[in-house]
Design a protein around this ligand. Structure first.
Ligand SMILES: Nc1ncnc2c1ncn2[C@@H]1O[C@H](COP(=O)(O)OP(=O)(O)O)[C@@H](O)[C@H]1O
Ligand SMILES: CC(=O)N[C@@H](CCC(=O)OP(=O)(O)O)C(=O)O
Length: 293
């Protein structure tokens, strides 16, 4: 009986999202092991089979950090973005494009989905330019300093046609967050930012960010302090008060921008929970933090 109820509860959502694009950002912190990745990929394939058009942007920050450590390099982040020198860029490419992307695509095949792995460099999917050195304020001392993140890019344009060509032909694009500069160089991009920009350009209905916390927390150290719903007008105050920190900054900024650009809702959910993606899409209650206009 319970199973039947679940199916009945899902029906309105299956109807509502039929033929709609859903952007799934699969964060590195949500990739806890091979089995959980397989489960998330299977759920993504399921979304496709019930009529949605999923597009995946994956991260892999923790795996990049592990590879850097193995090679004796010290990772450094400023406001959630990795300082990237040439050697780090090589590691980023190897881990994201060579390892994580191919792994997700293989699993899609196993579960009957037509996954196709591309990076921002394929057919100029993501044209980017180097982020200029900029001023930041130290939260503790209040002092301003100029930082140069190295080979980190800001997005200039997205080749929407390529993504649409793939989704229209029933492929599930799996996108690595690197960009191509006008001189052909590779730039490191934050995966949250990439997912939001692409979601806006393809007019996605939803942006779902899978990470390793229950959602946006009032107190980052207390998993029970989940903020279930948030309007974009409330975000600035939370950033000023220091509630939103580190890796959560690019996530929230991404959600706000995507909604301002027409994405209906953005969700930050715990990708470590089995089937969190399905719970978000197919249940009334949803899961995690929902951000809307
Ligand atoms: N208010 C907050 N609520 C939840 N998480 C927060 C908050 N502020 C900072 N964080 C941090 O953001 C992290 C998620 O971002 P990140 O590490 O970049 O994950 P991912 O690899 O999934 O992109 C959490 O693990 C948490 O440490
Ligand atoms: C510029 C920048 O910080 N790029 C990220 C790209 C990967 C990423 O964003 O991975 P998650 O989604 O797992 O955090 C990095 O080097 O870690």
């Amino acid at each position: 009986m319970k199973t039947v109820n679940i199916l009945v509860e899902a029906l309105p959502f299956i109807k509502e999202f039929h033929n709609k694009k859903v952007m799934i950002k699969y964060g590195g912190h949500a990739m806890i092991d091979d089995e959980s990745m397989s489960s998330t990929v299977r759920d993504t394939v399921l979304l496709k089979y019930v009529g949605m058009e999923p597009v995946v942007v994956h991260g892999g920050g923790p795996e990049i950090t592990r590879s850097m450590n193995k090679l004796g390099k010290e990772p450094k982040f400023i406001k959630g973005l990795r300082v990237t020198d040439e050697e780090t860029m090589e590691i980023v490419k190897m881990v994201l494009v060579g390892k994580i992307n191919t792994n997700i695509v293989s699993k899609m095949g196993v579960h009957g989905g037509k996954g196709i792995g591309i990076s921002g460099k394929d057919s100029e999917l993501i044209i980017a330019s180097k982020k200029d050195p900029h001023k930041i304020k130290d939260n503790d001392t209040g002092e301003e300093q100029i930082v140069d993140l190295g080979l980190v890019g800001k997005i200039d344009s997205i080749n929407v046609e390529l993504v649409e060509l793939l989704t229209e032909n029933d492929y599930i694009p799996v996108i690595s967050p690197i960009g191509i500069a006008s001189n052909g160089n590779t730039l490191n991009l934050n995966a949250d930012t990439v997912s939001g920009e692409i979601a806006s350009e393809i007019n996605a209905e939803k942006l779902i960010i899978l990470t390793d916390v229950p959602g946006l927390l009032k107190d980052p150290n207390d998993p029970n302090s989940l903020i279930k719903q948030l309007k974009i007008s409330e975000v600035e105050n939370l950033i000023e008060k220091g509630v939103i920190n580190g890796g959560m900054i690019p996530k929230i900024e991404t959600c706000v921008k995507a909604i301002e650009n027409g994405v209906e809702s953005a969700h930050i959910i715990d990708g470590r929970i089995k089937h969190s993606l399905l719970l978000e899409v197919f249940t009334k209650k949803g899961i995690g933090t929902m951000i809307t206009k």
